[in-house]
Design a protein around this ligand. Sequence first.
Ligand code: FAD
Length: 339
Amino acid sequence: MSKKKINSDRVRDVIVIGAGPAGLAAAIAARKASLDCETIERRTLVNSILNFPTNMVFFTTPELLELGELPFVTPYAKPTRDEALRYYRRVVDTYDLTVKLGYEVVAVRPHNGHDGESLLAVDISHPKHGQGSLMSKTVVVAVGAYECPNLLNVPGESLPHVSHYYTEAHPYYRKQVMVVGGKNSAAEAALELYRAGAHVTLVHRWSELGTGIKYWVRPDIENRIQEGSIAAHFESRVVEINTSDVVIEKLGKRYTLSTEAVFLLTGYHPDTAMLERFGVEVDAETMVPSHNPETYETNVPNVFLAGQVLSGIHSGQIFIENGRFHGSMVIQEVARRLT
Ligand SMILES: Cc1cc2nc3c(=O)[nH]c(=O)nc-3n(C[C@H](O)[C@H](O)[C@H](O)COP(=O)(O)OP(=O)(O)OC[C@H]3O[C@@H](n4cnc5c(N)ncnc54)[C@H](O)[C@@H]3O)c2cc1C
């Protein structure tokens, strides 16, 4: 790591951490309120969406993914991942948002300004440009939850043929693939893999698939299971993953299933260690960060939350559709305090 420093004396009104849809919504609201705002993103713009399955189609209609009233134009009823990437690039250009890409926020600390003003120091790090601190009056934490998969905590989970993310089917043509999970991600991956010629086994811990499965995916997956095109084990849990098989336990009995690739699609949760580095308290059971439900302010004065980070272990409860409104509510409160 370079020893270079990237400090600046400028005190921003708002620093947004994370350039996902929720962070961008907050940055747009700040721009509309004429606040000095900078967004810090550790990877790429809308990095979670970039890493979604390559051929995925959103379950949401385009207008519900829109930010700042910029129309999301597409001929399709449900936009594709690629269209969403293009749309969010256009959002940043249209609103001329200041987004620092490739900078990770490693800590947020209370800091006393020259005149005794209570500020926040945002410590950032870049692999080439070094480390430093940016000053801000307020911070919006919009770091999502996609980078912390819910682990099964079973032996073999970190083997190279095991992944908590699914991207595309082609490499699994004619392979024995296990998909673990019973929600949309698992159902869609199982179907796509099956249609690309993989031999798919779905393993789910409950007796039925999740209730939130897309209405057009449910009959497809249920029919493929019923006709035996996709093997399914319900009320089953993975006990152990080995290089060429997986041991599952089903109703008290153990079975060893030949498997060449494993997708553990069992959801995600916020990075609680990161939140704690920002000083934000997190409920140990629900992983929901402490916040005021009206303003989204955390236990740290002037540090707010937006988007999926608010969802805790139930990451499926906040999506782009509803998380895009947090930013404007936060900025309304920030503007009230700063003006
Ligand atoms: C397969 C799939 C399909 C989905 N389909 C839909 C759909 O159809 N409709 C819908 O509304 N929702 C959908 N969702 C959910 C939706 O994508 C998420 O709810 C949304 O991305 C959350 O937005 P966010 O801005 O809160 O977080 P994210 O999009 O996860 O953005 C967080 C950003 O913060 C950055 N970051 C994290 N830590 C730091 C740090 N320390 N410093 C700097 N940057 C940091 C990350 O790199 C990331 O870019 C889907 C999710 C999945 C997995």
